[in-house]
Design a protein around this ligand. Structure first.
Ligand code: AMP
Length: 282
């Protein structure tokens, strides 16, 4: 597995491989890798000749400086996991200057309103940060296919819009959520949970499954009330938001229309760790 650190080197590497007609699959990450990330590379391996990973903790997508500071980082064990997976040909480890040559500024995007829902309300500026870094990574890596997790479903929807706007040749693929045995969605932030918190956090997926049981049987306001009550009863967990939203517009719904599809979205703080999850309702 090739390790590439500078912009000029990734661009030269990509150019050489493009000249040979190789199809490139790419999945960007912020490191502290786990089996959820590896599932993106497993998907990429099946559909591409060359698979590229990137690891970069992107400062501009953190609205909370403490969250950025505490974000787990362990490049050596990330490289080991990527090597062991056997799915990845090259990993790009840029410095800030490789992605932000003019300093840490973000572009202002219009994603047709998607950016104002859910995470957009609670993390101001987050999606401008995501858009800026993903656009630049796409420019340097020039993938044919790029892979993003359903775990960050709103981000996936926004990256699809971004690619359509800036580089329609890139196909964006969503990959299902990889979970721990107890149902907790795998996340780099899980490393910051104690064993007890990790066990308790299974309540998140259990709750999403209950919502799915109630789907189209119980009214949306009543579902919202029940979910709030579940987390109100937990003293170590705080519900930041729960929403049932239209899968396409990501707008919160108060009613289940017959020919629309829906997804339940939830963010919970366990201690000071912010956990995000979602489930397609069927
Ligand atoms: P991150 O390193 O958290 O920025 O995530 C990098 C990519 O991996 C994003 O596209 C995430 O949605 C995806 N990802 C993170 N956790 C999971 C998971 N548990 N299952 C599937 N994809 C994931």
């Amino acid at each position: 597995m090739r390790i590439i650190k500078r912009k000029k080197d990734i661009e030269a590497f990509v150019e050489r491989n493009k000249e040979m007609g190789l199809k490139i699959g790419f999945a960007p990450t912020m490191g502290a890798l786990h089996a959820g990330h590896i599932s993106l590379y497993a998907a990429a391996r099946k559909e591409n000749d060359l698979v590229i990973s990137s690891i970069f903790v992107n400062p501009t997508q953190f609205n909370n400086p403490e969250d950025l500071e505490k974000y787990p980082r362990d490049v050596e064990s990330d490289l080991q996991l990527l090597r062991e997976s056997g799915f990845v040909d090259a990993v790009y480890l840029p410095e800030i200057a490789d992605l932000y040559p003019e300093g840490l500024a973000t572009k202002n995007y219009d994603f047709g309103g998607l950016e104002n829902e859910m995470e957009g309300k609670f993390r101001p500026g987050h999606f401008n940060g995501v858009g800026t870094v993903v656009e630049e990574l796409f420019r340097q890596v020039k993938p044919d296919n790029a892979y993003f997790g359903d775990k960050d479903y709103q981000q996936l929807a926004i990256v699809k819009k971004l690619a359509a706007q800036v580089n329609p040749q890139i196909s964006i693929h969503g990959v299902g959520i990889h979970r721990e045995e107890n149902g907790l969605a795998m996340s780099s932030r899980n490393q910051r949970l104690t064993a007890d918190q990790r066990a308790a956090a299974k309540l998140i997926f259990e709750t999403l499954n209950k919502v799915n049981d109630w789907f189209r049987i119980i009214t949306v306001p009543e579902i919202n009330r029940r979910v709030k009550a579940i987390f109100d009863a937990e003293k170590d967990m705080q519900l930041e938001y729960f929403e049932i939203a239209d899968e396409e517009t990501l707008q919160q719904t108060d009613f289940f229309y017959k020919d629309r599809s829906y997804r339940a979205f939830l963010v919970v703080f366990v201690g000071d760790v912010r956990l995000i999850d979602n489930l397609h309702l069927d």
